[in-house]
Write a protein that binds this ligand. Structure first.
Ligand code: NAD
Length: 456
């Protein structure tokens, strides 16, 4: 099934039953008072409400904010107060008043960092001199995108403060967790924007045009990597009238590609990829990548636009399009490399720059969601609110809640690094893996009729 982000972006009508859109986070929030009279009950207790703080982002070029006003009522109804650093939403198109109108208060950075829960798009991505890290304290909860495998030292430093850190990139790729999945929500935005950038830079039109002055053939767009971003790019390019082809190492992607009206490019390649590793592709051998490059060269050369989105979790992006392949494209063609920040899928890619290779523009785009901050913040904020919702018990946050989404995304807890891959990167001893859930006991032979009866 297509990821929700792409399904919603396609022309499918919304599901009739709007409860389908309720996430597990919504459900837990509902149990804890969301949309019920529990709020007033909670307000009468002596326990102070927990505070969620939203600092202004300080990564260069970041425009998003970790909570948008639309996500606020979900939190306030669940028993949280929300404090936003003054100006935190300005670049995303949400002035302070948009937050106060929805029940938040505006505060200084120190007030925000005093909150029980801190939510950030880029966790602690500050100039070390800013002192943000030293503002953290034991027991505080920090939630956002962390890049824990690329920044294990940061995780260690946050663990050292005693704060509990959740990396939203580690939310499992399951249907239940989709509403908290920042990788999916932001990738869908990036896939869409990549096509707009390509169209804007291509000296051709996308759609077929029949005029008295002649017929213009549609642009040929080739998408490499048909994950969330790739599928969003396919849907967008199709809507703009291009002829779209796509390729992915996962054979399961074919059906999704075709369901969006694109042609799946068949390569006679043994990729050894099957579903089951949480939707992620595994790294290909050097030899297979080389073969892939050779087989793909013709399709790349015949394309006006190539959009590359291939990623392998935890490693640098595979180099799929070589400089030689780029040189095989017609001058004026455009490549948009969505993997630029992870090293790039194209050999000539430079992150943050557009490189000209014999008249072909290779765009090493970075943070495309940040170029559409209203909607990417709206989606990110909803992901965050849903995630927090999983831990809400009677208006308080329980970080020990028995939930796989919470357990898989915690990277620092109790003063220690809580994720074994991050520990390995730091040379720390592995923590014992949690016991897998006990299998259901087999009914004894004598009990079989009773078990059948009970199952009815
Ligand atoms: P991703 O960003 O890790 O990678 C993007 C795509 O690149 C993937 O489809 C991957 O197979 C592909 N890729 C990797 N190496 C490649 C290569 N050498 N050549 C061509 N393609 C290559 O992936 P993603 O977009 O985050 O998601 C991957 C899959 O997981 C998708 O099918 C998505 O629908 C699924 N998913 C499912 C859920 C869910 O809730 N069930 C949630 C999120 C994602």
């Amino acid at each position: 099934m297509l990821p929700r982000e792409v399904r919603d972006a396609s022309n499918d009508p919304p599901p009739d039953n709007h409860l389908d859109n309720a996430s597990p986070g919504d459900a837990r929030l509902a149990r804890s008072g969301y949309g019920t009279d529990r709020k007033s009950e909670m307000a009468t207790t002596d326990t102070p409400r927990m505070v969620v703080g939203v600092p202004r982002e300080n990564r260069a070029g970041e425009t998003r904010v970790a909570l948008s006003p639309t996500a606020l009522p979900q939190l306030t109804k669940a028993g949280f107060d929300v404090v936003i650093e003054s100006g935190a939403g300005d670049l995303a198109g949400y002035p302070d008043s948009a937050f106060t109108d929805r029940g938040a208060r505006i505060g200084s950075r120190d007030e925000v960092f005093a909150a029980d829960v801190l939510v950030q798009v880029n966790v602690m991505d500050a100039d070390p001199a800013s002192g943000d890290l030293s503002r953290l304290r034991a027991g505080q909860v920090v939630v956002g995108s962390v890049a824990p495998f690329a920044r294990p030292e940061l995780v260690k430093a946050i663990a050292g403060t005693g704060a509990t850190l959740f990396a939203l990139e580690l939310v499992p790729r399951t249907t239940r967790a989709q509403s908290m999945d920042i990788l999916s929500s932001q990738a869908a935005v990036a896939g869409y924007k990549a096509v707009l950038l390509a169209a804007d830079n291509l000296p051709k039109m996308f759609p077929l045009l029949t005029t008295a002055a002649g017929t213009i053939a549609p642009a040929k767009v080739f998408i490499i990597g048909a994950g969330v971003a790739g599928l969003a790019a396919i849907a967008t390019a199709r809507r703009m009238g291009a002829l779209v082809e796509a390729y992915d190492v996962r054979p399961a992607a074919r059906e999704e590609v075709e369901s969006l009206g694109a042609r799946f490019v068949e390569l006679p390649l043994e990729t050894g990829q099957e579903e089951g590793s949480g939707g992620y592709a595994k790294q290909l051998s050097e030899e297979t990548i080389k073969k892939q490059q050779e087989l793909m060269a013709k399709t790349v050369a015949a394309s006006d636009v190539v959009i590359t989105t291939a990623q392998v979790q935890g490693s640098t992006a595979p180099v799929i399009v070589t400089t030689e392949m780029v040189k095989g494209m017609a001058p004026g063609s455009v490549i948009v490399d969505l993997a630029a920040e992870q090293g790039g899928n194209c050999e000539p890619t430079v992150a943050g720059e557009t490189v000209d290779v014999d008249g072909v523009s290779v765009m090493g785009v970075v943070n495309l969601p940040g170029t559409i901050p209203v909607h990417s913040s709206q989606l990110f904020g909803k992901n965050v609110a849903n995630f927090l919702g999983l831990m809400v018990v009677d208006g308080r946050l329980d970080t020990d809640v028995d939930d796989d989404v919470i357990k898989e995304s915690v990277v620092a807890k109790g003063g220690d690094v809580a994720n074994n891959r991050v520990r390995e990167a730091l040379g720390l001893e592995k923590l014992p893996e949690p016991e897998p859930p006990a299998p259901e006991p087999e009914p004894a032979a004598d009990d079989a009729p009773a078990a059948e009866e009970a199952a009815k």
